[in-house]
Design a protein around this ligand. Structure first.
Ligand code: BDR
Ligand code: CA
Length: 311
């Protein structure tokens, strides 16, 4: 089993990532850390609690982390995710509060207490917590097996600015630290996620599960897709963060290339751009696997079967 820490800002698509991970016996979820992103950090922490409780896994620890990016003011995505971050389903208040203590402290302590190369990080929000942990304790680098993150976009352009994707744009300085850390890295950018939209029947299929997770999932999907449909005129929407878990489970469904990726932190016009040296022009060494494709039909079919296990 691959032990993972999910660093997240739920977010409907984050909720699906968490649910898919909890439904998958190949993964051991050590805990969830939350960050300011789609909504403020106190809300992402409460939402992460809501999701583990929906999954019937209330014992999974959740801790709140950084409330703003390293150097810049916070910015949120309530227009995408709604005021609650999980609009589309009326979640009850969580039964338990998040664990006390700061998520970055817990991340560092947990990594250091485990063997070298034994823990995977799965960040699906802005990279503030992960960058803070790397600065706080550089020794965690050798404890990390790999970082599989959702973020960035190059061939697809950006979704928060013409040049930048949300998770990177919110904290480009943190992203630069993470991409430059020398840790085995896999990026699931919007180049990949927009190439893998949910099948037309997927919401109905979720609802037809007849479970709580199916009903909540269908509700969240309806809300989440409406934004994309109105803004971009597309009929379906990708479930960005869930694809990062999909890569951990079924890497054979994905295509991409190992190459050099650098983060723009200085330009006003292209701040947060993930500059991908796809053709190896710069001579800079590859620092990650950049995914561009996914067999969406197979992925969403398998994900549905996993979600059906949660009840
Ligand atoms: C990313 O931004 C957030 O809004 C989503 O949760 C996802 O992590 C997509 O650009
Ligand atoms: Ca997210």
């Amino acid at each position: 089993r691959e032990a993972i820490i999910i660093d997240t800002d739920p977010g409907q698509d984050d909720a699906f990532a968490i649910l898919l991970a909890l439904a998958s016996p190949e993964l051991e979820v050590l805990g969830l850390t939350t960050v300011a992103g789609n909504v403020p950090v106190a809300v992402t922490a409460a939402n992460a609690r809501r999701v583990v409780e929906l999954a019937g896994r209330p014992e999974i620890p959740v801790r709140a982390g950084c409330e703003r990016p390293l150097l810049r003011p916070a910015r949120f995505a309530e227009e995408v995710h709604g005021k609650t971050g999980l609009d589309g389903w009326d979640f009850p208040a969580p039964a338990r509060p998040p664990e006390p203590g700061h998520a970055v402290d817990w991340m560092v302590e947990t990594l250091l207490a485990r063997p070298d190369g034994a823990t995977t990080l799965l960040p699906v929000g802005p990279l503030t917590n992960v960058a803070m942990a790397l600065r706080r304790s550089p020794a965690i680098a050798r404890k990390i097996r790999r970082i599989v993150l959702m973020g960035g976009g190059f061939f697809q352009g950006g979704n928060m600015s013409p040049a930048a994707e949300f998770n990177i744009l919110v904290d480009p300085d943190a992203a630069a630290i993470v991409f430059g850390a020398g840790i085995d890295l896999v990026a699931v950018p919007i180049d990949c996620t927009y190439a893998a939209p949910t099948p037309d029947s997927w919401i109905a299929d979720l609802e037809a599960l007849g479970t709580q997770v199916g009903a909540a999932g269908a509700g969240m999907m309806r809300f989440f897709q409406r934004f994309g449909n109105e803004k971009y005129g597309t009929a379906t929407r990708p479930l960005h963060d869930a694809l990062a878990v999909g890569y951990l489970l079924w890497p054979e469904l994905f295509t991409g290339r190992r190459c050099n990726v650098e983060i723009e932190t200085a330009s006003l016009l292209t701040l947060g751009m993930t500059v991908v040296d796809w053709w190896g022009i710069s001579g800079r060494p590859a620092n990650g696997l950049w995914l561009t494709g996914c067999d969406a039909a197979v992925f969403y079919g398998r994900m549905l079967k996993r979600l059906a296990r949660l009840g």
